[in-house]
Write a protein that binds this ligand. Structure first.
Ligand SMILES: NC(=O)c1ccc[n+]([C@@H]2O[C@H](COP(=O)([O-])OP(=O)(O)OC[C@H]3O[C@@H](n4cnc5c(N)ncnc54)[C@H](OP(=O)(O)O)[C@@H]3O)[C@@H](O)[C@H]2O)c1
Length: 373
């Protein structure tokens, strides 16, 4: 199944005997990000073996409906064909296999938005399995639970990475952690963090109706599986919470103040008709801002004391207002970088770019697999 890994790549001959094998368990394997991750893994496996001596194998892949497992490794791009209907015992059997095999680096890659999957992390850590997550749920529960997870991974000596949970593939959580570790206190964080809201607002300033802009963002894969999570800033709140906690702020969800699109009480399966009712109101707000030479921007900001998310009408030539559709920009001010803040920017959403960020986390976790204490 993995014969192609033995082929020379780009003229470089690899040495599979010395390669470090790291097994992956992909959760949400047929979702948008999960499928893009599989395509990328399939493409990159030979290069990773040749250039990093890293033998990444897809040991298992599953979602709510199906499950696939092969102790020698599954072909990532062909996973759909090998998925069998998922049974209750599949996950227990997989963990039993990992336990029986003994110490061998294994990383669970969570490409779901599921609380049920987030609930699994402590069990995975206890089994010596690392976690790379695009799923924000685990880190946005209580502060005590956030610290407990970090501690559990650290004490078991397994990696826990979730860079794509904020700003997709933009490296921001890693740099924040580095700042903290070198003792540089983060004074404030301010940014456009929602790729989906940034895209929607941008398109509305281009003349697109509110509901049509939301539909476009959803069709491009910029929104959460439930688009109302983006519009109610639930997803953005989660990102700000993760960012604030990584900056070292002791923040609970209840500390966040959210003043965004108003009270969106839409509870229908098909939200579009309800969103269309808001089109005219939005058209007036957008036109008024444009007439003032301004644009509406969704800004998320946090300091040690407070965190808030709000819509701001900013001069059209300001850095935040000039961002391209879907672009994120995050400004970090520290004791040493107060006058000239550290800025990171790039695509803040998108299936392929998120999958690329997930693979970066996987590669980094695999290459720096911590030793057990
Ligand atoms: N799209 C982006 O730009 C972007 C950016 C950054 C982060 N993310 C994050 O990436 C994650 C995935 O997003 P997506 O757009 O790929 O979502 P999606 O297309 O809806 O896929 C979700 C996947 O999760 C699976 N799943 C749900 N509950 C599960 C459970 N309890 N056990 C196992 N599998 C389960 C689903 O399987 P079933 O089909 O069987 O239900 C599906 O395969 C989300 O957390 C999102 O916030 C996305």
């Amino acid at each position: 199944m993995l014969d192609h890994l033995a082929e020379p790549h780009g003229g470089v001959r690899y040495a599979p005997a010395r390669a470090r094998r790291v097994d992956l368990v992909l959760i949400g394997a047929r979702g948008k990000v999960g499928a893009a991750f599989r395509r990328l893994l399939d493409r990159q496996q030979p290069a990773l073996l040749a250039e990093a001596n890293l033998d990444l194998r897809l040991l298992a892949g599953f979602d709510r409906r199906g499950f696939a497992f092969d102790s020698h490794g599954l072909a990532p791009d062909g996973l759909d064909a090998t998925m069998a209907p998922r049974r209750d015992i599949d996950l227990d059997r997989l963990l039993e296999f990992a336990r029986a095999r003994g110490p061998s680096p294994t990383i669970a890659v969570d490409c779901t938005a599921s609380d049920e999957v987030a609930d699994l992390y402590p069990r995975l850590f206890a089994e010596g399995i690392g976690v790379v997550a695009a799923n924000k749920r685990a880190n946005t529960r209580s502060l005590a639970s956030y610290h407990a997870l970090q501690r559990a991974a650290c004490e078991r000596g397994v990696p826990y990475r979730y860079e794509t949970t904020v700003g997709s593939a933009i490296p921001v959580l890693g740099p924040l952690r580095d700042l903290r570790l070198r003792g540089e206190r983060v004074q404030s964080i301010c940014g456009v963090l929602s790729g989906s809201l940034s895209y929607i607002l941008h398109r509305m300033h281009d003349g697109c109706a509110f509901s049509a802009a939301v539909a476009e963002a959803r069709d491009l894969g910029y929104t959460e599986p439930d688009v109302m999570e983006d519009l109610r800033a639930i997803d953005l709140s989660r990102k700000l919470l993760v960012l604030a906690r990584e900056a070292g702020y002791a923040m609970e969800e209840s500390d966040l103040r959210v003043e965004l699109l108003g009270d969106l009480q839409i509870d229908a399966d098909d939200v579009m008709p309800a969103l269309q009712m808001l089109d005219d109101g939005w058209r007036m707000r957008i036109d008024a801002a444009l007439a003032r030479g301004e644009r509406w921007v969704a800004i998320a900001e946090a300091t040690q004391e407070s965190a808030r998310i709000g819509l701001h009408s900013l001069p059209a030539n300001s850095a935040f207002a000039q961002l391209a559709p879907g672009q994120n920009l995050i400004e970090i001010r520290t004791e040493l970088q107060a006058r000239m803040p550290l800025c990171v920017s790039g695509a803040g959403a998108g299936v392929e770019i998120t999958a690329a960020g997930v693979l970066s986390d996987v590669v980094s976790a695999a290459m720096h697999w911590p030793s057990p204490r």
